[in-house]
Ligand binder design. Structure first.
Ligand code: FAD
Length: 495
């Protein structure tokens, strides 16, 4: 490394990924690094990305972020899960919640006990045993129900989040340079990036470069030539339209994902407005018809003009190559059905901090980084495909395509075992818990033919009584929670 004592890190791009990178690196490795972030106001950011998953809380804790301050600054609300409407079947819905269903047993999952009780005449739904799910439906929220911590994530204003992170990062010593990157200088011998040349004549040199230039992937793609693997044969969506509206109702503590005849629509409640958007494939829906569908399905008055965004589903073949690490949209993109993009930014940053290159020997570190990143993205890809493929909908060419399409072997294996035996296991990156797979598989209409008989070892009446007591306990806990909006007003009102 060149700089006398510090490694020079250059972050290219100042969206959510760029400022999260700069902020976390300066917070946790600041004494060892000299960090510069280059961004262009003229180009701007993608400006969406408002729903998150609970892992964000762990990341914030690692970075020492004060939750209440962060929530006030980003007019955030709490999120207990996602409601999927019209996915498995038209006019049906289910919630994929962040909670545990029932109680853990080592040999068989809770749904096996519930199915045994159903065979003995129980009428209750599996949803009745999940605190977070019941609280979401009731519009209630607190950090804990009695002694039981509630598992939650956030809805947030993405632009405000980046601005808030910028303020913190700059205060901690990150240098921000305004300018459009015109040229990237690559060392002919080593193949490493040496510097970024800006339109104002400035030249920013570095040892390690983080490409956060969004879909453009200026460094990883244009300069280093790392290819993009197209996954549109699995996930056809290539377009979105976003619009912000007034909120006609108090914020619900969950995201809504509403499927249409082609594509689906998100509704994300913030404290003072709602984020909306439609995700679709240009193969099945024109931009004009998508916009009409979105505007016809808004509940509040629009506050912004509809904004069209085009994207390519897939990933960089390598997300770390030479001395450049791609983080955020430059590294790949999967549609926001399970709100996983910001999560991927945070896991990439944790991985980078653990594997940080304090010498010029990038190769072996990059290899490990790329392996872990690949498994992670494939897991999410499978989970998203599940929502589309496992459906009874046959009312449009869009649903016919997804219902009958070829799916990855990894997903087929998981679905077949669940369908035959009800067996489910955690994924390789422990992102979607067993409960997530169960809720989505069953919510989409995949009902196991068989289940583990551990529940049949108990007397049927005893089993039913245990389940009734659990259901009652959850009902009591939910009844004691305050309304979501009321909790926000006390805990983190928009600042
Ligand atoms: P961007 O926001 O595009 O930032 C790119 C940065 O690079 C900008 O600062 C830009 O100015 C700069 N730049 C580019 N070119 C140059 C240049 N030549 N010179 C200088 N600077 C340059 N994620 C979630 O977690 N939850 C969601 O609900 C969610 N919803 C989404 C919905 C849609 C439709 C889309 C497309 C994405 C969604 N995402 C979501 C993903 C999320 O928006 C992104 O992961 C996140 O915003 C990070 O984006 P980014 O910082 O990589 O890119």
């Amino acid at each position: 490394m060149t700089s006398a004592t510090k490694t020079r890190v250059v972050v290219a791009g100042g969206g959510t990924a760029g400022w999260l990178s700069a902020f976390s690196l300066v917070t946790r490795l600041g004494n060892l690094l000299d960090i510069t972030l280059v961004e262009s106001e003229q180009i701007g950011t993608v400006g969406v990305g408002e729903a998150t998953i609970p892992t964000m809380r762990n990341f914030h804790q690692l970075m020492g972020i004060d939750e209440r301050e962060f929530m006030s600054a980003t007019q955030a609300t709490f999120k207990l899960g996602i409601e999927f409407e019209n996915w498995g079947q038209k006019n049906e819905s289910y919630i994929h919640s962040f909670g545990e269903i029932g109680q853990r047993a080592w040999m068989a999952e809770f749904h096996a006990f519930w199915m045994a009780a159903r065979d003995s005449g129980l009428n209750d739904s599996l949803d009745d045993y999940c605190l977070e799910l019941k609280a979401a439906k009731a519009g209630k929220f607190a950090l804990a129900a009695g002694k039981k911590p509630v598992n939650y994530a956030f809805h947030l204003d993405a632009t405000a989040y980046a601005a808030w992170l910028r303020k913190k990062a700059e205060a901690a010593g990150v240098k921000r340079v305004e300018g459009k990157i015109n040229n990237i200088v690559v060392d002919e011998q080593s193949g490493n990036i040496r510097s970024l040349e800006l339109d104002n004549g400035e030249c920013v040199q570095g040892d390690v470069f983080i490409d956060c230039t969004g879909f453009r992937g200026l460094l990883i793609g244009d300069a280093l030539g790392v290819e993009y693997e197209d996954w549109s044969h699995y996930l056809a969506a290539d377009s979105a339209i976003a619009v912000q509206t007034e909120s006609p109702e108090p914020p619900r503590p969950y995201t809504r994902a509403i499927a249409h005849d082609a594509g689906w629509q998100w509704r994300i409640p913030l404290q003072t407005r709602t984020g909306n958007g439609i995700v679709y494939s240009s193969r099945f829906l024109s931009d004009e018809d998508a916009e009409k569908t979105l505007l016809a399905n808004l509940t509040g008055k629009p506050l912004t003009e509809p904004r069209r965004i085009k994207f390519k589903t897939g990933r960089r073949v390598k997300t770390w190559h030479k001395n450049c690490v791609a983080i955020g949209l430059s590294s790949g993109f999967l549609e926001p059905l399970e709100s996983t993009s910001i999560h991927l930014v945070t896991t990439a940053l944790i991985r980078l901090m653990k594997l940080f290159p304090f010498s010029d020997n990038f190769g072996i570190l990059a290899e490990r980084f790329n392996q872990e990143s690949a498994v992670e993205l494939e897991t999410i890809r499978d989970f998203i495909i599940l929502h589309y493929h496992q459906t009874a909908r046959d009312d449009s060419p869009f649903w016919d395509h997804y219902r009958t399409m070829d799916i990855p072997d990894s997903l087929r294996h998981r679905m077949t075992i669940f369908a035959e035996n009800g067996y489910v296991w955690p994924d390789d990156v422990s992102l979607f818990r067993v409960d997530s797979w169960i809720q989505v598989m069953m919510g989409q209409g995949l009902q196991p033919k068989q289940y583990h008989h551990a529940g049949k070892m108990l007397p049927p009446e005893g089993l039913k009584q245990q389940l009734a007591a659990l259901k009652q306990q959850i009902e009591n806990q939910v009844a004691q929670l305050p309304p979501h909006e009321q909790f926000i007003q006390k805990y983190c009102p928009a600042g």
